[in-house]
Ligand binder design. Structure first.
Ligand SMILES: Cc1cc2nc3c(=O)[nH]c(=O)nc-3n(C[C@H](O)[C@H](O)[C@H](O)COP(=O)(O)OP(=O)(O)OC[C@H]3O[C@@H](n4cnc5c(N)ncnc54)[C@H](O)[C@@H]3O)c2cc1C
Length: 446
């Protein structure tokens, strides 16, 4: 027997704007504190300018690192307003700046102190290590930060296993924690402006609190409550299985069709793997369902898991939902395993929304949940198109688009599928007169 489910929370668009303003004001305060903290006379002393640049780059670099961590701290209202894909993009865009700024900080402060003490650079580095409190930890922090930066560069990233990259990335938390002590004990800015110290500690404490609560405690408590276990695994198409999990209190889980969770299957060899999969149906407490295409280590192993295996989820995340809709007509276009979030979204759309679904596949047997999608469309008197066959036969151009969906320009378009497919569909929708703001796209890679 199933019980009622809870609808997903609506995004709060003002949250992102507010957060951007807070981040900007915070940056302004940090720069002002460093500038005020510099005693004018110290600038003209030996090494003065190097030290001033060193302090500024150190503080601004660390502040940007903190912003990056907050972007990835999985704060639920931020996730459902901005979307994890956009947060990851912002995080990546900011990424190079703190690494470069902190490297500049290390170089300029070393030169500045060497000039001040009238010693060589290597002598000064050694002196930092043996004579300055907490400086060894700060140097280790710098090495960890550089390692995280280098492994995040596109070229290195492509060659690395996702989990290895993730573990190296985790070291940035350690790096920040190690660097904190040297800022507090040696920060000249804090000596001249004691209020700055309180401000800096408050920023750190807030960031640490957000990470501990939303990345660790919150998911842990919720999973203890849900106690999810695999209830069923069914092959839906070649290489694609659906996994149904059963749990407790799932009627309390607020989720929208089209959203995804991070899934960790607690079986031997898979503990470290946490991967994003979208729900392929709305929750039917006590059940949740995902549909997974076997591509790599975890996704292939899922098909062979035992019934009863414990499952740990984090989420829901994502903005690919009915909340993004702006009109009463919707077109859902999917290919491959990209059909799965569309299937759940279709179930979540109000009945008075006119729906057209377009599914693309090489053969009918490759389409997971085809019959479910067709039935859902039929129940709401929608239009269902299946484009099955050779890729060359079905190019997505504006002509095809308008033939399949005559009202495309007055419709919200949701697209999910392999990257190349989604790019072609989005381009054709734009050329058919769709407003870019009404095209919603879920990428299955960040
Ligand atoms: C928002 C979203 C929703 C998704 N929904 C589905 C779905 O419903 N069904 C489905 O079959 N696939 C889905 N995917 C794709 C799925 O997550 C990957 O195919 C899967 O993670 C591959 O893992 P693996 O162990 O098999 O391969 P790996 O070799 O470990 O990973 C292959 C690639 O997948 C990506 N990846 C792996 N882990 C993560 C992670 N934790 N976060 C982001 N990217 C990662 C990386 O780009 C990696 O290079 C979704 C992806 C995203 C981003």
């Amino acid at each position: 027997m199933t019980t009622r489910r809870r609808r997903g929370h609506a995004p709060k668009p003002w949250v992102a704007d507010l957060l951007a303003v807070v981040a900007g004001v915070g940056l302004g305060i940090v720069i002002a504190l460093v500038v005020i903290g510099e005693a004018g006379s110290a600038l003209t002393a030996p090494g003065g300018y190097f030290n001033a640049v060193g302090r500024l780059t150190g503080f601004v670099g660390t502040y940007l690192l903190i912003i990056m961590i907050i972007l990835m701290s999985r704060i639920p209202w931020l996730e459902r307003t901005v979307g994890q894909d956009r947060l990851v993009r912002w995080h990546r865009r900011v990424g190079p700046y703190p690494v470069v700024l902190i490297a500049l900080h290390v170089v300029t402060i070393t030169i500045g102190y060497a000039q001040m003490d009238k010693v060589g650079i290597l002598h000064q580095l050694w002196s930092f290590l043996v004579n300055y409190r907490d400086m060894l930890m700060a140097m280790v922090a710098f090495v960890l930060l550089v390692a995280a930066g280098v492994t995040s560069a596109q070229i290195a990233r492509r060659k690395m296993n996702y989990e290895t990259w993730w573990v190296v990335h985790l070291y940035t938390y350690l790096a920040l924690a190690l660097a904190f002590a040297h800022q507090i004990t040696t920060g000249v800015v804090f000596l001249n402006t004691p209020l700055a110290k309180e401000f800096w500690i408050a920023i750190w404490a807030t960031t640490a609190g957000l990470v501990v609560v939303y990345r660790f405690l919150w998911p842990l408590l919720r999973n203890l409550r849900y106690q999810l276990r695999i209830a069923d695994i069914v092959e839906e198409a070649p290489g694609i299985v659906s996994v149904t999990v059963a749990g407790k209190h799932l009627s309390r889980l607020a989720v929208s069709g089209g959203q995804f969770f991070q899934w960790r299957f607690l079986a031997r060899g898979l503990f470290w793997h946490s991967h994003p999969y979208s729900l392929s149906a709305l929750p039917r407490p006590p059940f949740l369902r995902v549909t997974i295409k076997g591509l790599g280590e975890q996704s292939k192993a899922v098909a062979h898991l035992k019934i009863g295996t414990r499952v740990f989820i984090e989420g829901p995340y994502g903005t690919f939902t009915d909340h993004a809709r702006t009109q009463d007509a919707v077109t859902l276009i999917g290919a491959g395993v990209g059909i799965t979030p569309l299937r759940a979204l279709l179930e979540d759309l109000p009945l008075d929304v006119a729906v057209t679904v377009v599914i693309r596949a090489s053969s009918t047997r490759d389409i997971a949940h085809r019959d479910e999608v067709e039935e859902l469309v039929r129940q709401r008197n929608g239009t269902f198109h299946e484009l099955v066959g050779d890729r060359k036969k079905f190019s997505f151009d504006p002509g095809t688009m308008r033939r399949l969906v005559p009202n495309i320009a007055q419709s919200d378009v949701y697209v999910c599928g392999p990257d190349g497919f989604s790019e072609r569909v989005v381009a054709a929708a734009l050329r058919s007169g769709c407003d870019p703001k009404k095209i919603h796209h879920e990428a299955f890679s960040f």
